[in-house]
Design a protein around this ligand. Sequence first.
Ligand code: NAD
Length: 359
Amino acid sequence: MKELQMHIKSKEKSYPIFINNDELSNLKSKIIDACNNKNYIVVFSQKVYKLYSKVLDFPKNKIFVLKDGEKEKNYKNYIKILNFALSQKLKREDSIIAIGGGVVGDITGFVASTYMRGINFIQVPTTLLAMTDSSVGGKVAINSNFGKNLIGAFYQPKAVFINTNFLKTLDSKQYKSGLGEILKYGFIEKSCNSDSEENLLNFLYENHEKILKKEDYIMQNLISSCVKLKIAVVQQDEKESGLRKILNYGHTYGHAVEKLTKFNKYTHGECVVEGIKFAVKLATNLNLIAKDYQFLCNDLIEKYDYKDLKKFPPEKYIPVMTTDKKATNNFIKFILPTKYGTVEEYDFTTEELSEIVKS
Ligand code: NAD
């Protein structure tokens, strides 16, 4: 059992992140304690509801079930969940609980951030991606027809309950999606300025077989290492004005591939890994990293058995990159590796990028 703390200085607020593999039948009472035994509603993803509603045993009248899929993170469902909270007469001191992957966490968090100007929000992530990334750090959002996550807020949860038993039913595609973000943490570890002296890249190298087999003890350690890195980054830069941008490593090209394949061919994590390979190649072309480090990066990615995704020519992906919400004044932003476990931000014009990818 591990308990980590996120401390947000500007708000003088801390919240606990519990990581364990306790009996799931005990989880409800811990969550209700975290709600100070006040009123609450629970938003479940449909699949998670089918698999776990019996063991978690929340009263049916307090449950809202959200259909699965990225497209459900939309305005209509946001309003439906708000209306459900209103119909349950939730007050400011009450809580909204999200149980599911990043989709459920993001939309439910956005509801919590706007319901009566902000109500307690509790995250119970059930995918590997949500456990290591989306449930911690306070980014909440819904999608619009104009793009992903364009309507949202920074709204920190009151508590996060990570229970690795949920991973047992996660299919391998979703599991590897989470591993994509975990590899990212390995490659940015030294830039996170974390106090914890772990060598995540080494851990990922040495334990790849156990990690691919979801060995529980290893997974708790791995999740805890990633969450510690995320805590370190968010504590230094909650609103992504500086350091937090490094969490976008692999995302510039990764997002372009997601958009070009209409968000339904590959998972987010697969695209992030493809984006990491792209960033490593770019850094090699620019002589930012030595060849040895390029081999090490690609070798680690191969150990996790990621296949190459569909290739696109620069004429296709560069225009998509310029529409990314992180691009500014015609500059495309990249987080690139500069040494072992270290990354930095670089800006390129479309013309510069076209030249670099040719070399
Ligand atoms: P997801 O929420 O769509 O879940 C993937 C699928 O797995 C769903 O069908 C879900 O029902 C199912 N599932 C969940 N838990 C399961 C379990 N224990 N067993 C079996 N099936 C299970 O996908 P995701 O990868 O968790 O999240 C992706 C979302 O997260 C995207 O919307 C992305 O924008 C967002 N995200 C947010 C942040 C952030 O900081 N807020 C960070 C990264 C990603």
